[in-house]
Design a protein. Structure first.
Length: 281
């Protein structure tokens, strides 16, 4: 609610819109629908007068609260298409993130993606961390911008990354992007991340015991699934070290894994639907 109040105050100051000013009084969840409706109605009218800071604040609010408000998202996309060349890479990453978070490709997706590719390729070296974050959002939307990938896997970009204070995290993200290319973009034939620059997501290889202790509640999850779906619908594949649940059973998600008041999973939870009898997690 603090973020919401800050955002609406900024919008009201810039747009001089009384309905937005009144919306600052929104402090309870029951009133938030009215607030969003007001913002959804007014923002498209004021898109040319809104500053990048305010638009980034709105994007942050949308992403944090998992609001799949398509009119708001389309307005952000329109803002990006019109002003991308004037925006800092760090601002662009904030504006792009809600689309991957909400698994939403804007109505003007062709123009949106082509404009982003053009600008990000041009500004790739200015902020390596922001660049790879933008790419990760695009990958999550199923869009693989070849020209930008040529740029980030180039020796110039890698050299720039190596000398930056964010070297380790950027190299980890690049390693993740390279793996995504291998798995999901088989038609790509451009440069790839060299093995010498790849970084493991974990500092060292983990034993099964360490994984179970630090990163897994496998035993608890197995028992919960067994009780949930019944013994006849549940099996555990010891060789693959995975838990398999019959496709006819309920694969388990918390409400926080979905967009607000929606059946659409947030981007981090979206996975390709397997075309087989069992779903493994």
């Amino acid at each position: 609610m603090v973020l919401l109040d800050e955002m609406l105050a900024a919008c009201a100051r810039e747009a001089s819109n009384k309905s937005l000013e009144l919306s600052r009084s929104v402090m309870f969840p029951a009133q938030s629908v009215t607030c969003r409706c007001s913002l959804t109605d007014e923002l498209p009218k004021k898109v040319d007068s809104i500053t990048p800071y305010t638009m980034a604040l709105i994007a942050k609010y949308i992403a944090r609260h998992r609001l799949r408000e398509t009119r708001l998202l389309d307005t952000i996309a329109d803002f990006l298409v019109k002003k991308a060349e004037y925006l800092d890479s760090k601002v662009i990453q904030k504006l792009v993130f809600p689309f991957s978070r909400m698994s939403y490709r804007p109505s003007s997706e062709q123009q949106f993606f082509s404009r982003l590719e053009e600008v990000v390729e041009l500004k790739a070296l200015s902020s390596p961390l922001a660049t790879v974050n933008i790419l990760m959002s695009l990958f999550q939307l199923g869009h693989f911008p070849g020209p930008v990938m040529h740029r980030v896997f180039s020796s110039a970009f890698i050299s720039n990354v190596t000398n930056s204070p964010y070297a380790l995290i950027v190299r980890r993200y690049l390693s993740l992007l390279d793996a995504a290319v291998e798995l999901e973009f088989r038609d790509y034939s451009g440069p790839r991340l060299q093995d010498s620059h790849k970084v493991l997501m974990f500092d060292h290889a983990l034993t099964a015991d360490e994984v179970n202790r630090k990163y897994s509640y496998k035993g608890l999850v197995a028992e919960a699934l067994r009780q949930l779906v019944g013994e006849h619908n549940y099996k555990q594949d010891e060789n693959q070290d995975s838990l398999c649940v019959s496709a006819g059973s309920s694969c388990v998600n918390d409400k926080w894994h979905y967009c607000h008041n929606s059946e659409v999973l947030v981007g981090s939870r979206v996975r390709p639907r397997p075309h087989r009898a069992n779903t493994c997690i």
